[in-house]
Write a protein that binds this ligand. Structure first.
Ligand code: SF4
Ligand code: SF4
Length: 424
């Protein structure tokens, strides 16, 4: 089982450049067993330095309600000592040439620039010899200004900007606490990112409404936002997601979805319509992560996204107070692994509880999925969306299944043409 949790290649860098004082400060002690020479541990933790706090109030946010669920303070803030413990442990537990820090929320820019100046300072201090530290920041773009952009550029942060299409689609669900639309302010952020030549991706939540306008959304992102990568994320939550953790649904009374959730068939419609335009016109020029991912899988290079992998569990979440959860979408008390002030983060990530979570992705698939022609491209998609029954009544089917099938039929039909294009 452990083989799925570590990677193998060059020699692991050592701790030789750290002072004994620095090594001593990495508490609690890491107990992970040593791996064979050339093997190393790798994982990814999304950091919530400002907890669930945000300066917007989007209808479909899956995180805002954590404020009540986890009883967070009014202004949750990661302390400097917690930040240092996280950075030290995160780096200590991982080998390999690259360690990626992902700053999320809530809205991470609420922490202010001084916090992030400290982040890069601490990363520099704890970095192992020969190791590269990368940062990405997921933001709604509202607080971006020239100072922020100069910082992001200087330290090579990859920015993920949330934007759901042109104003008439974006503003339906993405607004401020006072109900003010956010589109104009997000577009000001887009201009600043371009002005400072910052690499960014656009994260578009495909919801009940914009799913029916795939070409409008895609062309807007491609031509007006012009990000390096476009990511489409299906907006899906059961109606009771604020109180009921995924997997804890009553099988005799499975939930319906929140009203803004994308319809399953519309998800397929959206992806296949965008695929057609992209395949005809933009292949090799525009990067849509969904499409790159399925092509990578079809040609034997494996899944680049956790949702379509056989196992997951290597993308965790850490809250502002050091609590670690199995996944960003599983920040519920039932999926808490522990706190990094009590147990080293590396030991939490490779714990039996997390391994069980990881393997459940394929171990708990219904027979309907195991017999599906697209199984090896889909693996039942994300378990958080598995709250409907199969046609023969078995629980555990993914709500998006009908749309996923449409998309996989479209992508696999292009296999021959893709092979030809790859040879040229
Ligand atoms: S639970 Fe879903 S989002 Fe989380 S790691 Fe697994 S597949 Fe990815
Ligand atoms: S497409 Fe549907 S049936 Fe096939 S593996 Fe995915 S969720 Fe299961």
């Amino acid at each position: 089982m452990a083989a799925f949790f570590h990677f193998s290649n060059a020699a692991k860098p050592g701790f030789s450049h750290l002072t004994s004082q620095q090594i001593f400060s990495i508490k609690p002690e890491l107990k992970l067993p040593k791996l064979a020479s050339g093997d190393f541990y790798r994982f990814h933790t999304m950091i919530k330095p400002a907890g669930a706090q945000c300066n917007l109030d989007c209808s479909y946010c899956f995180y805002l309600h954590k404020e009540d669920l986890l009883q967070q303070p009014k202004m949750p803030r990661m302390s400097e000592s917690l930040l240092e413990a996280h950075i030290a442990q995160y780096i200590e537990a991982q080998g390999g040439e690259e360690v990626v820090f992902s700053w999320q929320g809530g809205e991470p820019t609420l922490m202010g620039l001084a916090f992030f100046e400290r982040v890069v300072e601490l990363q520099r201090r704890y970095k192992k010899e020969g190791q590269r530290i990368e940062n990405d920041l997921q933001t709604n773009g509202i607080l971006l200004d020239d100072d922020w952009c100069a910082f992001l550029k200087k330290h090579n942060f990859l920015v993920g900007l949330s934007i759901d299409g042109p104003a008439e689609l974006h503003d339906v669900y993405r607004y401020s606490k006072g109900g003010q639309p956010s589109f104009e302010r997000v577009m000001r952020g887009v201009e600043l990112l371009h002005k400072h030549k910052i690499t960014f991706s656009a994260l578009c939540v495909v919801n009940r409404l914009n799913a029916r306008k795939p070409i409008d959304v895609y062309r807007f992102l491609r031509d007006k936002v012009r990000p390096r990568i476009i990511q489409f994320i299906p907006g899906v939550e059961p109606v009771d997601f604020r109180g009921v953790a995924p997997g804890y649904w009553n099988p005799d009374d499975l939930p319906t979805v929140a009203e803004w959730s994308v319809d399953a068939e519309d998800w397929g419609y959206f992806l296949t319509r965008v695929w057609d335009e992209w395949f005809k016109r933009d292949y090799g020029q525009v990067f849509v992560d969904q499409f790159e991912n399925v092509i990578s899988q079809m040609f034997g290079y494996g899944a680049q996204k956790c949702v379509s992998g056989k196992i997951c569990g290597k993308a965790l979440a850490i809250e502002h107070n050091g609590d670690v959860f199995s996944c960003d979408h599983y920040v519920y008390p039932e999926y808490k692994l522990g706190n990094i002030l009590e147990t080293h983060q590396g030991d939490l990530v490779f714990s039996e509880q997390q391994k069980k979570f990881a393997y459940a992705k394929s171990d708990t698939l219904p027979a309907y999925c195991n017999a599906c022609p697209y199984l090896e491209l889909c693996w039942g998609e994300c378990p958080k969306n598995r709250f409907i029954k199969t046609p023969d009544g078995e629980p555990g089917l993914n709500y998006l299944c009908r749309g996923l099938k449409q998309f996989y039929a479209k992508a696999t039909a292009a296999r021959g043409e893709l092979s030809k294009r790859m040879q040229n």
